[in-house]
Design a protein around this ligand. Structure first.
Ligand SMILES: Nc1ncnc2c1ncn2[C@@H]1O[C@H](COP(=O)(O)OP(=O)(O)O)[C@@H](O)[C@H]1O
Ligand SMILES: O=C(CO)[C@H](O)[C@H](O)COP(=O)(O)O
Length: 418
């Protein structure tokens, strides 16, 4: 048997993961690597490490690979895909002036008008000295896919949304082209479309088949959505990773830059959503994963904590309010760590509930149920707190890892979103 297995790679904020599945969607292998999301060299090392970690007999049967990456993380490369800038991360909001220029020409409420958008960062990067030889603007997943195919300059319509790509008409709109960065924009294809085959030298280096396909990828939280297996309008998927990302399967797209709301195209439907800077990264500032699990077991989720927190790892919020100056609110800290954690989990759950309310108020399909993915999905007390505040059933998704969603994309290609 050959080429009958599929590899999904997920590059998240705090780690990278690999997942190998067969035609039936059965997981045959997983791997995990710590890496530095700020360093492209570390992305590459993590990719090589993850592939090397897979059992050799499975590696030799890979038929297709797809990569998911942090959304809105951009960098500039030369014509050979070599980076000529460091990546600017998804939550980097230095491009305030550029966002104001975008606001003047973009349709009202467009996600690209946020200072954290890929487009604002692209304009900021392009204005830096030494970038005149830049040939492409790329994102984390597309850059890694291009390292696998040797073909730069391609992206998918999920990763391209925050660069201003018109996902309704599948084109770069004139208002984006008019911003002086048109020559750097990638050609955009559907997630899952075949980008190319792994060339021989890459295949030899990674010890994988030289006819293994590379399919266009997606963002980390859309990969998590795919993993969750949600299928009905009104199904929500909350990624409780380092950040808190919400996706609501909807018949209609909605957008509102003031509250950080945007809609990804999902075949003929839409993923209405937004991403808060709150999430597991704040919890990690206080507790390691073991302590989190221990303390969580002692929380009574049926009673309110009595604390009114807005947990953020640093000043600045994107959704459900887009406010670069918003300050974290995590005072007063009680002596009892169980109560403190209770307050933090409840605070994040309130942000989630407000987020879904905002999406529905803007016209997305009404919320029916919520699946959870990411590191926070395993926390039963948190799940109960969230169900109380969301007022709909909340369950852990059957597959909670974005890498599994990326593997599904590798396996099914464009059929997945059809
Ligand atoms: N038991 C737990 N309860 C709540 N959060 C947890 C628990 N265990 C881990 N986490 C959180 O999950 C996050 C990591 O999840 P993960 O999905 O790997 O994130 P990402 O891919 O965004 O880096 C960490 O920030 C951590 O705080
Ligand atoms: O916090 C993030 C890290 O990637 C992203 O902003 C989040 O995943 C949501 O992005 P998208 O909705 O475009 O998938």
């Amino acid at each position: 048997m050959s080429n009958d297995l599929f590899l999904g790679l997920d590059f998240g904020t705090s780690g990278a993961r690999a997942c190998v599945i067969d035609e039936g969607g059965r997981v045959l292998a997983r791997a995990h690597a710590l890496y530095d999301v700020h360093e492209w060299m570390s992305w590459l090392k993590a990719l090589a490490w993850l592939v090397a970690e897979l059992p050799r007999n499975l590696r030799h049967r890979l038929g297709a690979i797809a990569v998911a990456g942090t959304s809105g993380t951009v960098l500039l490369t030369d014509a050979t895909n070599r980076p000529i800038t460091a990546p600017l991360l998804y939550n980097d909001d230095r491009a305030q002036d550029e966002a104001a220029r975008i606001r003047a020409v973009a349709p009202a409420g467009h996600v690209a008008a946020m200072a954290t958008s890929g487009l604002a960062k692209l304009m900021w990067l392009r204005a830096q000295p030494g970038t005149a030889r830049a040939r492409y603007c790329t994102d984390q997943a597309s850059w890694l896919a291009a390292m696998l195919t040797g073909r730069p300059g391609l992206s998918d319509y999920h990763n391209a949304l925050k660069l201003g790509y018109d996902v309704e008409h599948l084109t770069w709109p004139d208002w984006v082209r008019g911003l002086g960065i048109a020559s750097l924009l990638p050609r955009v294809v559907a997630p899952g479309e075949t980008l190319g085959m792994v060339p021989l030298e890459v295949a030899v280096k990674l010890d994988i088949p030289d006819d293994c396909l590379v399919r266009a990828g997606t963002t980390d939280s859309i990969a998590a959505f795919i993993a969750a297996g949600a299928s009905e309008n009104g199904d929500g998927v909350t990624s409780l990773g380092s950040t808190l990302a919400l996706k609501l399967l909807s018949a209609h797209p909605v957008q509102d830059a003031a509250s950080g709301v945007y809609s990804h195209r999902y075949g003929s439907r839409w993923l209405a959503g937004g991403a808060s800077n709150s999430g597991g990264a704040v919890l990690r500032q206080f507790f390691d994963d073991r302590r989190l699990a221990e303390l969580s077991e002692k929380i009574d989720p049926n009673i309110p904590s009595g604390l009114d927190y807005y947990p953020l790892p640093a000043p600045g919020e994107r959704f459900p309010v887009n406010d670069p100056g918003l300050l974290p609110r995590m005072d007063p800290r009680p002596e009892d760590d169980v109560r403190f954690l209770h307050g933090l989990l409840e605070g994040i759950a309130r942000i989630e509930a407000e987020g879904y309310r905002r999406l529905v108020a803007l016209g997305a399909s009404p919320l029916k149920r919520v699946y959870t993915t990411g590191g926070g999905a395993r926390n039963a007390a948190w799940t109960a707190i969230r169900a109380r505040l969301l007022e709909v059933p909340v369950t852990a998704a059957r597959h909670t890892e974005a890498a599994y969603g990326a593997a599904r994309l590798a396996q099914q290609g464009t059929r997945l979103l059809a």
